[in-house]
Design a protein around this ligand. Structure first.
Ligand code: ADP
Ligand code: ADP
Ligand code: MG
Length: 455
C-alpha cells in the first residue's frame, strides 16, 4: 500500500531523472532532484518538487557519492530513492547502506544485486537454473595459466570480460594465443581503473550474434511477468544505438523460451523489482545467457509503447509492497516499437563525445512519437557524463510503418551546436539490411566502414 508520507529522492540526472519525475507526479508522490553543481540549470532540477545539490560536477563528487546522496535523502525527508540507471543503480554497498538506514531502494535488494552484479557469478547461477550459457571459465580467472587452460578448452576468438563491467566497457576480444597475455593484463588493468575491481572471466566469442533481452517485473508477493523481447543488436563499441521490439529475428516459440528462462532466473535469485536478462542469440537461433541488468534500462520505453505498461510506475509500486498491476496473460502486444538513442558524439571520429551548447533545437512530433529528453535551447551539455541527449521512440502497426515514422521524425529532429548521430541514424533507417531485419551486432562496424569509404 502506498503511504501518504512517501517521498522520493531521484539520484540521477538527464532524461531518466525527468522520466522518474513524471512517474512520481502522476502517482502523486513528491520528489526531490539530487543534482550536481554542473546540472544546476537542468530540467530535472526545475521540474522536481524540490532540488538539493549533492556535490561537484564530477560523478565521483556527486552522483556516485553515497554519503552525499543518503544525506540529501534524509535532509529532504525522503523515505525512498530511485537510482535510475548507471551511477549507483547496481551498487550493492549503496543498497545495503539504504537497507540499514531504513530507506527504500526503488530497485532489487542487495542480495540479488550481489549475486547478479558479478557477471561471472551470474553465469554460474544461470547455469545452475538450467539456462544455457556460453562456453567459458567457471567463475573468475585468477592467472594466465588458468586463462590458457580455459582458452585451450573453448578456443579462439574469445572474450575477456570484467566481472564488474558494464556500459560496454571492460570487454576485450582475443583472436589467438599470442595475444592472450597482453589482453589479460590489459583488461585487468582497465577493469581496476573503471570499476575498482580487476577480476575477469573468459567467454567464447560468438560470430554474428544478436543481442536480445527480456524485460521482467517481479513483486514482493512472488508474481513475475516477462515482456516481449527487445533486439538491441545495432551497437557501437558494444553499446546500444537502436532498439526494437519485437525482434524481427525471434519466433513465437523462442520468445516463450526466452521469457521462461528469464522467469526461472528471477525466481532463482529472489529478485524483486524491474530488471532485464540479456541473451546472445546465434545465427541458428540458439540462445545463451549474457548478463542481468538489475535496474531500469535506457531502452525501457520501447517496451512501454509496445505494451502500454508504465515500467517506472510499476517499479515504485513494487518498492512500496504493492502487487503487480498486471498478470502474464495481460501482456499482449501489437505492432512494432523502435528507439533511436541520440547522442552528443561525432560519428566520423569513432563516436567521440562532443559536449557543448545546444542551439536551434527542434523536436519532432505527431501520432506514435515519444521523445524522452532533458534538452532545451541554450542548454550546455556538460563534459562529465554520458553522451545521451535524447531517446526517440516510435510505435506503428507494422515494422515497416515504424521505420517510415522514424525516418520522418529523424528528418524533423534538429540539434545544432553539438555533434550528434541523427544523420547516421537516418542513414541506418534506410539501409537495406536494417529494413529487412537482417543484422547482427557487427552491423555498425561494416556500416561505418562503407560510409567512410564513400565520403
Ligand atoms: P542499457 O542496457 O540500459 O542500455 P548500458 O549498458 O547502455 O545499458 O548502460 C546504461 C547506462 O549505465 C550508461 O549510462 C552506462 O554508461 C551506465 N552503466 C552501465 N553499467 C555500468 C557500470 N557497471 N558502471 C558504471 N556505469 C554503468
Ligand atoms: P555490458 O555489461 O558492458 O553490457 P555485456 O556482457 O552485456 O556487457 O556485452 C555487451 C555487448 O558485447 C553485447 O551486447 C554484445 O554485442 C557483445 N558481446 C558480449 N558477449 C559476447 C560474446 N560472448 N560473443 C559476442 N559478442 C558478445
Ligand atoms: Mg550488457
Amino acid at each position: 500500500m502506498m503511504k501518504k508520507q512517501n517521498k522520493i529522492l531521484i539520484a540521477n540526472r538527464g532524461e531518466i531523472a525527468l522520466r522518474i519525475i513524471r512517474a512520481c507526479k502522476e502517482l502523486g508522490i513528491p520528489c526531490v532532484a539530487a543534482h550536481s553543481q554542473a546540472d544546476r540549470e537542468s530540467l530535472h532540477v526545475k521540474f522536481a518538487d524540490e532540488a538539493i545539490c549533492i556535490g561537484g560536477g564530477k560523478s565521483a563528487d556527486s552522483y556516485l557519492n553515497m554519503n552525499n546522496v543518503i544525506s540529501a535523502a534524509i535532509a529532504t525527508g525522503c523515505n525512498s530513492i530511485h537510482p535510475g540507471y548507471g551511477f549507483l543503480a547496481e551498487n550493492e554497498k549503496f543498497i545495503e547502506l539504504l537497507e540499514r538506514c531504513k530507506l527504500t531502494f526503488i530497485g532489487p535488494g542487495s542480495d540479488a544485486v550481489r549475486k547478479l552484479g558479478d557477471k561471472a557469478l551470474a553465469r554460474q547461477i544461470a547455469k545452475a537454473a538450467g539456462i544455457p550459457i556460453l562456453e567459458g571459465s567457471d567463475g573468475t580467472v585468477r592467472d594466465l595459466k588458468e586463462a590458457e587452460r580455459v582458452a585451450g578448452r573453448i578456443g579462439f576468438p574469445l572474450l575477456i570480460k570484467a566481472t564488474a563491467g558494464g556500459g560496454g566497457k571492460g570487454i576485450s576480444i582475443v583472436n589467438g594465443g599470442d595475444e592472450l597475455l597482453k589482453m589479460f593484463e590489459l583488461t585487468k588493468m582497465e577493469a581496476e581503473a573503471n570499476f575498482g575491481n580487476p577480476d575477469v572471466y573468459l567467454e567464447k566469442h560468438i560470430e554474428k550474434p544478436r543481442h536480445v533481452e527480456v524485460q521482467f517485473l517481479a513483486d514482493k508477493h512472488g508474481n513475475v511477468v516477462y515482456f516481449p523481447e527487445r533486439d538491441c543488436s545495432v551497437q557501437r563499441r558494444n553499446q546500444k544505438m537502436i532498439e526494437e521490439s519485437p525482434s524481427p529475428f525471434v519466433s513465437e516459440s523462442l520468445r516463450k523460451q526466452l521469457g521462461e528462462a528469464t522467469v526461472k532466473l528471477v525466481k532463482a535469485t529472489d529478485y524483486v523489482n524491474a530488471g532485464t536478462v540479456e541473451f546472445i542469440v546465434d545465427e541458428d537461433g540458439n540462445f545463451y545467457f549474457l548478463e542481468v541488468n538489475a535496474r531500469i534500462q535506457v531502452e525501457h520505453p520501447v517496451t512501454e509503447v509496445l505494451t502500454g505498461v508504465d515500467l517506472v510506475k510499476e517499479q515504485i509500486r513494487i518498492a512500496y509492497n504493492d502487487e503487480l498491476s498486471i498478470k502474464q496473460d495481460d501482456i499482449a502486444f501489437s505492432g512494432h516499437a523502435l528507439e533511436c538513442r541520440i547522442t552528443a558524439e561525432d560519428p566520423l571520429k569513432d563516436f567521440q563525445p562532443s559536449p557543448g551548447l545546444v542551439r536551434n533545437l527542434v523536436l519532432p512530433g505527431g501520432p506514435g512519437i515519444r521523445i524522452d529528453t532533458h534538452l532545451y535551447n541554450d542548454y550546455e551539455v556538460p563534459p562529465h557524463y554520458d553522451s545521451l541527449l535524447a531517446k526517440l521512440i516510435v510505435w506503428a502497426p507494422t515494422r515497416k510503418e515504424a521505420i517510415r515514422k522514424m525516418r520522418v521524425a529523424l528528418e524533423q529532429f534538429i540539434i545544432d551546436g553539438v555533434k550528434n548521430n541523427i544523420d547516421i541514424l537516418y542513414l541506418i533507417l534506410h539501409n537495406t539490411n536494417f529494413v529487412r531485419g537482417i543484422y547482427d551486432t557487427g552491423f555498425m562496424k561494416s556500416f561505418m566502414e562503407i560510409l567512410k569509404g564513400e565520403i
